[in-house]
Structures are given as structure tokens and as C-alpha cells.
Design a protein around this ligand. Structure first.
Ligand code: SAM
Length: 233
């Protein structure tokens, strides 16, 4: 269970009504049962339920269970797509260990608005389910040009280029390990000018995900899975 408080032995944690409902009704826990909690920085701890009701609850932190572990430094830079598919990207990419989401507004992005509170709730739920101990960050949406103008060249961009001509992802990942960002375009794809700019950046590797045109969410998940199998930990 994710809690937004510092974790050390004896600390008291106040539960939101939704968390109390999840523990009491869904997991059928009761007072003095033990639960596992994390806050994204201090690893995983055991905690005892000290109070549980429909209106909320409280825990007392007892013992450390797992040391904090940061996901590898892998960003997903993606053009937001329609709401439910973007929610799917947040959920699946969190399960697949992404460390930061960078929503990017390209020429053909149709869904520039992003509800970051909703995204955070989706990310927390996915992190709890996948039992990771850190929470990926969600950056504010940025225009592609200004993102590239200010890009730290020490971070390679693996650019999923549907227009073909890309390398095989595994060939790229076999020869590179380090800070990395996966770049996925919108439903309408990248413009020629965007592709030209990207292909002329020496920190960019264009990759192909096969001969078929994938939906952006499929492309994001496939690329992250390939990255995880080549370099994840
Ligand atoms: N409108 C574009 C077209 O028809 O060519 C398709 C864009 S696709 C729906 C969304 C994004 O997924 C693309 O911009 C690209 O980043 C990625 N993508 C989809 N299929 C891909 C493939 N076969 N190889 C590499 N990237 C792909």
C-alpha cells in the first residue's frame, strides 16, 4: 500500500477512507493485522493496523522488509493519445519499470491536455500492484521542439520511427546501457520535419518495431518490454 509519509519504526500512518475501504473490505483485513507499505523513497515496511473504519484508519509502522530500490533510469517520452489509451500507457509503463513519463506535444498530437492528478493515481495503483518501491515521475507536457532544444545529450533517445529505416531495438540496446528515453509519437505519427530533426541528432537512435503500424500504446509497451528484457533490473 502506498502511503505519503516518512517511514520509520513506530511512525503512525493515517489512512484515507479509500485505503481503509481497500484494506477492510477488499483485503478483509482487521485491527492488529499486518500490511506492507511503501512511500517511494524508504523501501518497504511492515505496519500493524491500529484502527480501521469506513471513515479511515491508522497504522503503526513496525519493521523494514525491503531496502529502497530505484527503477533503472528509463524515461518514456510519449505524445498523449485518447484518454483510456493514455491511462493504459501510464499503467503498463509503470509495471514495466519506467522512471519518468515525459508527455510531449508534437505537430499531430490531438490530446495535449493531461490530468496529472489522475495519472498519479493510476501510477500509484500500478506501482502497488507490481510491488515496485519507487514511483515514476510525471513531467509537465512539453512541446517537442523545446524538449529537444534543451535535451541533455548524455541521455540517448530511442526513437520509435514508424516510417521505417530504423534499426532493430535489440541491436541498439546490445551496444548501449545508460540513461535512456523511449520516444513514441501520436496517433497521426511524426511529421517529416520532426523525423528529420530527430534523425539528425547524434544522441538519437531510430528503431523499428516491425513492418506493421502499431497503436501508440502498443508501441510504448513493446519498446519498454524490449528495453526491460535487454537491460532491466
Ligand atoms: N499515423 C502513423 C502512420 O500511419 O504511419 C502511425 C503512428 S502510430 C499509430 C504511433 C506511434 O507509434 C508512431 O509515431 C511510432 O512512434 C510508433 N510506432 C507505431 N508502429 C511502429 C513501428 N512499426 N515501428 C516503430 N515505431 C512504431
Amino acid at each position: 500500500l502506498y502511503v505519503d509519509t516518512p517511514l520509520n519504526a513506530g511512525a503512525a500512518v493515517t489512512l484515507e477512507p479509500a485505503q481503509a475501504h481497500y484494506l477492510g473490505t477488499v483485503l478483509r483485513k482487521s485491527v492488529s493485522d499486518t500490511v506492507r507499505i511503501f512511500n517511494g523513497h524508504d523501501g518497504e515496511w511492515a505496519a500493524e493496523i491500529s484502527m480501521l473504519s469506513k471513515r479511515g484508519g491508522s497504522l503503526i509502522v513496525t519493521d523494514p522488509l525491503r531496502r529502497h530500490h530505484d527503477a533503472p533510469d528509463i524515461w518514456l517520452v510519449f505524445a498523449p493519445v485518447r484518454k483510456h489509451r493514455t491511462a493504459f500507457i501510464f499503467e503498463k509503463a509503470t509495471e514495466l519499470g519506467v522512471s519518468k513519463f515525459v508527455p510531449v506535444i508534437t505537430a499531430r498530437t490531438q490530446f495535449a491536455k493531461l490530468n496529472t492528478d489522475k495519472a498519479r493515481a493510476q501510477i500509484i495503483e500500478a506501482a502497488e500492484q507490481t510491488e515496485r518501491l519507487d514511483l515514476p515521475e510525471v513531467a509537465k507536457p512539453k512541446k517537442l521542439d523545446s524538449l529537444l532544444d534543451n535535451w541533455d545529450k548524455g541521455r540517448r533517445i530511442i526513437f520509435a520511427d514508424e516510417a521505417g529505416g530504423g534499426h532493430s531495438v535489440l541491436d541498439i540496446l546490445r551496444n548501449y546501457s545508460g540513461p535512456c528515453a523511449l520516444l513514441i509519437g501520436p496517433e497521426g505519427g511524426f511529421t517529416e520535419a520532426e523525423r528529420d530533426r530527430l534523425l539528425n541528432m547524434d544522441c538519437v537512435d531510430a528503431v523499428s518495431l516491425g513492418p506493421r503500424i502499431l497503436r501508440a500504446d502498443t508501441a510504448a509497451i513493446s519498446l519498454l518490454t524490449l528495453w526491460q528484457s535487454a537491460q532491466g533490473d
